[in-house]
Design a protein around this ligand. Structure first.
Ligand code: ADP
Length: 223
């Protein structure tokens, strides 16, 4: 599903200075895997997610996504491929405060010009699947707990049926029980066929997936 071939990412700081965030990475994540990415702060985890999800471009090497050599794609085709394949959950739920829960779930697709009436039923089903009670559907995000807000963000990411779900520390600032619940939800989503790539600081939660990628000094080991 995701294959890195000799991938290097260098950030240019000034004309003469740059930082190598990832160096010569080779790895493969297969369809249906649930991979946790761990490593110290500054080791390149976010850079890895940004490259794998085509949000950013590598300096050298090739990234294959769903069998496509992405370095050959035009910007427009990269954006479309990302839209087709990738769902995102960020560190904080990042819901839009002024919109009811269900509108938050539909917002990314509404912004792409999809019709509300075609999205609403699936949005409701997803909210129920992730454990949001029916009566909360028209609540504002602030009326929900932190764990519930993350669940809404999961429903939002799943609305377009992504083949890969990228999650950047999805359990940050959640208590242990709520974090475990969220990971259980990820497991269910994974069982239904979605490949999951999750960055986490939490070593216990990292072991809940089917694979572990450990990154140190811009190098990965897969366990
Ligand atoms: P992590 O997610 O593991 O904390 P990052 O991928 O954010 O690590 O960062 C890896 C390295 O690349 C760090 O040294 C960081 O300072 C550097 N870096 C990340 N993003 C940028 C950027 N946009 N410009 C310059 N350096 C960056």
């Amino acid at each position: 599903m995701i294959r890195f071939e000799n991938v290097t990412k260098e950030y240019r700081l000034t004309r003469t200075r740059s930082i190598v965030a990832l160096e010569n990475i080779n790895l493969e994540i297969n369809r249906g895997e649930f991979v946790s990415v761990i490593g110290p702060s500054g080791s390149g985890k976010s850079t890895f997610l940004a490259l794998a999800s085509l949000l950013d471009k590598q300096t050298n090497g090739e990234i294959h996504l769903n069998g496509k050599r992405t370095s050959l794609l035009k910007d427009k085709d990269r954006t479309n491929l990302r839209y087709e394949l990738c769902g995102f959950i960020f560190q904080f739920a990042s819901l839009t405060p002024a919109l009811p829960v269900i509108d938050n779930v539909m917002l990314p697709l509404l912004l792409r010009g999809e019709q509300r009436k075609n999205l609403e039923e699936r949005a409701r089903t997803l909210l129920s699947d992730v454990g949001i009670k029916e009566e909360y559907v028209y609540h504002q995000p602030y009326q929900l707990s932190g764990g519930e807000q993350r669940r809404v963000a999961v429903a939002r990411a799943l609305l377009k049926r992504p083949a890969i779900l990228f999650a950047d520390e999805p359990t940050s600032a959640l208590d242990e029980a709520t974090a475990k619940d969220l990971i259980q939800l990820f497991r269910e989503i994974n069982k239904q066929g979605t490949t999951i790539v999750m960055v986490t600081h939490n070593k216990t939660l990292a072991k809940e997936g089917s694979g572990l990628l450990e990154i140190k000094n811009g190098k990965f080991t897969k366990r």
